[in-house]
Design a protein around this ligand. Structure first.
Ligand code: C5P
Length: 425
C-alpha cells in the first residue's frame, strides 16, 4: 500500500537507536549473539566491544558478521580503525549494555578500573549502563560481588538479575544469565524511559492473546481462521514501549512476534485458556485479541481420516470463551478488553458483547471493509468503552497506531477507576 502523505495518523519511521554491547568472558558469552539479534530486530543499531577473555569463548568475527561493524577488543590494536575509539564509541551510543557481565568486570566497573577497552568505555560513557551478570553461584553469592553490585546500583547502573537454574558447571543456583529476550525487553524499556517518551503504562502488566487457534480434526487436519496475530502483536509492542510488562499468549500466527515480549505458544482454545489461566492472576490488563475458534470437533480422530467418497459430517462442540471467563473471575483492578470482528451491525453486536461478557472496552471492526481486519497491515476500528455514551470511530490506520489508540483508552479507563476508588474512600 502506498502511504498517504496527508495521513497524520501514520506512525513516523524512527531513527535506529544506537546500543553498545559489551561482552565479557563468561561461558554465557555465546548468548550475547542472540541478544544482539533481538536488539537489531527491535530497531537498534548495535556495536560490540569485547574483553580479551570473551574472545576465547566466542570469536569477534561472529559479532562482526552479525553487527556489520568492527568489534573492538583492544583499541591499541593496529587494525582498530579509530585511535580514540573508547571516547567516540561511548559518546555516540544511547545505551551501554554489558552481557554477560562477569564478577571481574563488575568489580572493575565498581572501582573505576580502566585497564582495557571495555572498562575505559564504561568510565567514558554518559549513556545509561545496563549490566546483566552471569557467573557461578558461589561467585554470585560472594560478599565482594554483592558489595560491587550495590556500588553499581548506587552509581545508577541498571542490573538485570541473573536467573536461578542449572549452571554450566553442573550445579544449581542463582547466577545464570537472564534470558536474552528479557534482557532485550529491559534494554528497550530503559531506552524508552531515557527517551522521555510517554511512559504512561509503567507498572501495568499486560496479558494479551493473539493469532488464530487450531482445533484438530485428526493428526493432519485442523479448523482455524485467517488471523495473522498482527493486531495482538502491535498491542504488545505498543504496551511495551509505553513501559508495561507484557506477556503474549500466541496461537497460530503468520507475523513476527515483537522483540522484548514474553511469548507463550498455545495452539488450541483449550491450550490458550490454560495458558491464560496460569498467567492472569499476575496481570493488571487482559486484552483478548486472539481469533479463538468458537467450535471444535467433538472428537479428534487418532488416525488420519480416510476418504470414503461419501459425505462426511463433522460434529462440533463449543470451545470455552476465554475472554468471558477472565472477565467473570476477574480480580480487583484487572481491566478486560475484547475484540469483536463483525460483518454486519458492527457497533450493536459489539456493544452486546461488551455487556454480555462484562468487559471494560471492546474493539469492533467491520471485516468487510477494505483495509480492516484479518491478515492486513492496517485496521479500521471503533472503540466502545463501558463508560462512553458514544462509540469512538477511528479512521484507517496502521495496526501499531490503532494499538496506541486502544492503549490510550486503557489509560483513560485506569485513571477513571483510580479516581472512583479514591472518591469511595
Ligand atoms: O463472541 P466472539 O467470539 O465474537 O468474541 C470475540 C472476542 O472474544 C475476542 O476478544 C476473542 O479473543 C474472545 N474469545 C475468546 N474465547 C472464545 C471466543 C472468543 O476469548 N472462545
Amino acid at each position: 500500500m502506498t502511504p498517504d502523505p496527508t495521513d497524520t495518523t501514520a506512525t513516523p519511521a524512527r531513527a535506529k537507536r544506537r546500543v553498545a554491547l559489551g561482552v565479557s568472558g563468561g561461558i554465557a558469552a555465546y548468548k550475547a549473539a542472540e541478544i544482539l539479534r533481538g536488539l537489531q530486530r527491535a530497531g537498534c543499531e548495535v556495536r560490540v566491544a569485547m574483553t580479551e577473555h570473551a574472545t576465547r569463548m566466542i570469536a569477534p568475527l561472529t559479532f562482526r558478521a552479525l553487527s556489520g561493524a568492527h568489534v573492538i577488543v583492544d583499541d591499541y590494536a593496529p587494525d582498530n580503525p579509530d585511535p580514540i575509539a573508547h571516547i567516540t564509541f561511548s559518546q555516540t551510543v544511547e545505551l551501554f549494555l554489558v552481557a554477560p557481565a562477569t564478577a571481574n568486570i563488575i568489580a572493575k566497573f565498581a572501582n573505576g578500573v580502566a585497564d582495557d577497552f571495555l572498562t575505559s568505555t564504561y568510565l567514558a560513557s554518559s549513556a545509561p549502563v545496563v549490566v546483566a551478570p552471569a557467573m557461578n553461584t558461589t561467585m554470585w553469592q560472594h560478599p565482594a560481588t554483592a558489595r560491587n553490585l550495590q556500588r553499581l546500583r548506587d552509581d545508577g547502573v541498571y542490573i538485570i538479575e541473573p536467573d536461578a537454574g542449572e549452571m554450566a558447571c553442573g550445579t544449581f543456583g542463582p547466577g545464570r544469565l537472564s534470558e536474552p529476550e528479557r534482557i532485550v525487553a529491559a534494554v528497550l524499556q530503559i531506552l524508552d524511559k531515557h527517551d522521555g517518551r510517554a511512559h504512561d503504562l509503567a507498572g501495568e502488566r499486560f496479558l494479551i492473546t493473539a493469532g488464530a487457534t487450531r482445533e484438530e480434526i485428526d493428526p493432519v487436519r485442523f479448523l482455524s481462521n485467517r488471523s495473522s496475530g498482527r493486531m495482538g502483536f502491535a498491542l504488545a509492542e505498543a504496551a511495551r514501549s509505553r513501559g508495561a510488562e507484557v506477556a503474549l499468549v500466541a496461537g497460530a500466527t503468520s507475523a513476527d512476534a515483537p522483540a522484548g515480549v514474553r511469548v507463550i505458544r498455545a495452539l488450541s482454545a483449550d491450550e490458550m485458556q490454560a495458558a491464560v489461566r496460569a498467567k492472569v492472576s499476575e496481570a493488571t490488563v487482559f486484552i483478548g485479541a486472539a481469533a479463538v475458534s468458537d467450535y471444535r470437533p467433538a472428537a479428534r480422530a487418532a488416525q488420519k481420516l480416510k476418504k470414503s467418497g461419501a459425505a462426511l459430517t463433522l460434529v462440533l462442540e463449543p470451545t470455552p470463551d476465554i475472554l468471558a471467563s477472565v472477565a467473570a473471575a476477574r480480580h480487583d483492578g484487572l481491566l478486560v478488553v475484547g475484540f469483536a470482528a463483525e460483518s454486519e451491525n458492527v457497533v450493536a453486536h459489539a456493544r452486546e458483547k461488551l455487556v454480555r461478557k462484562k468487559l471494560d472496552a471492546i474493539v469492533a471492526n467491520d471485516i468487510t471493509r477494505e483495509g480492516a481486519g484479518f491478515d492486513a497491515e492496517t485496521n479500521i476500528v471503533t472503540l466502545i468503552a463501558r463508560d462512553r455514551d458514544a462509540p469512538l470511530e477511528l479512521p484507517l490506520m496502521s495496526k501499531l497506531e490503532a494499538a496506541h489508540r486502544i492503549l490510550d483508552e486503557v489509560v483513560r479507563l485506569r485513571r477513571g477507576a483510580r479516581a472512583a476508588s479514591e472518591a469511595a474512600g
